[in-house]
Design a protein around this ligand. Structure first.
Ligand code: GDP
Ligand code: MG
Length: 190
């Protein structure tokens, strides 16, 4: 099928109308300051915010064309600070999948993400895409990049390099997460 045929077919099968689109809940998780909110805002509004406003919790809801036929993506933006762990755990509990974000100029943020995942998904079975953000910065560390690629391989998850500033890789990261969620749902239904 061409992508257009595919989308028409999917719409017909879903009964048409946006109310019938499949919905996916994606949580953004990672240390404070790595760019989770900037990624959510870049995806939803195609713009970049310079300010860091430590998030407690935000949610964005948008119809996107990131999978054949389109879908509704609900992005749950969580807080990185340990003090908000209970809230983050609630978001994780209702999410279908996670973008695990670290910053390429901060190797410590990769270690923090690894520790966080051990608490919410110790068996590493839930859909996840590892996201190395801030690739536009000159100060990114090659070591962080290599360590992330190795970690993603050991987890069996995709690894995407992004910049919430330029938009590079942002749609790809969410599209890969949607695919991982779809595979997970198919496996659960089988
Ligand atoms: P959060 O705590 O993970 O939600 O981080 P924020 O989204 O609030 O971003 C923290 C800071 O990093 C802000 O000043 C952002 O403008 C900046 N930032 C986020 N993403 C990028 C990026 O891809 N490139 C650059 N250069 N700065 C970024
Ligand atoms: Mg934030």
């Amino acid at each position: 099928f061409s992508s257009q045929e595919e989308s028409i077919r999917a719409e017909a099968e879903s009964g048409g109308g946006s109310g019938q689109l499949p919905e996916y809940k994606a949580a953004l998780v990672g240390a404070s300051g790595v760019g989770k909110s900037a990624l959510a805002i870049q995806l939803n509004y195609q713009c970049f915010v310079e300010d860091h406003d430590p998030t407690i919790q935000d949610s964005y809801w948008k119809e996107v064309a990131l999978s054949p036929g389109g879908c509704v993506l609900n992005v749950l933006d969580t807080a990185g600070q340990p003090v908000h762990r209970a809230l983050r755990d609630q978001c994780l509990a209702i999410s279908d999948g996670v973008l695990g974000v670290f910053a390429l100029d901060r190797p410590d943020s990769l270690a923090q993400l690894r520790q966080m995942r051990a608490t919410w998904d110790p068996c590493c079975t839930r859909p996840l895409v590892l996201v190395g953000n801030k690739c536009d910065l000159a100060s990114t560390s090659k070591e962080a990049h290599t360590a992330a690629a190795a970690l993603a391989e050991s987890w069996g998850t995709p690894f995407v390099v992004t910049s919430a500033k330029t938009g590079q890789g942002v749609e790809e990261a969410f599209a890969l997460l949607i695919q991982a969620i779809q595979r997970d749902r198919e496996a659960a239904a089988a």
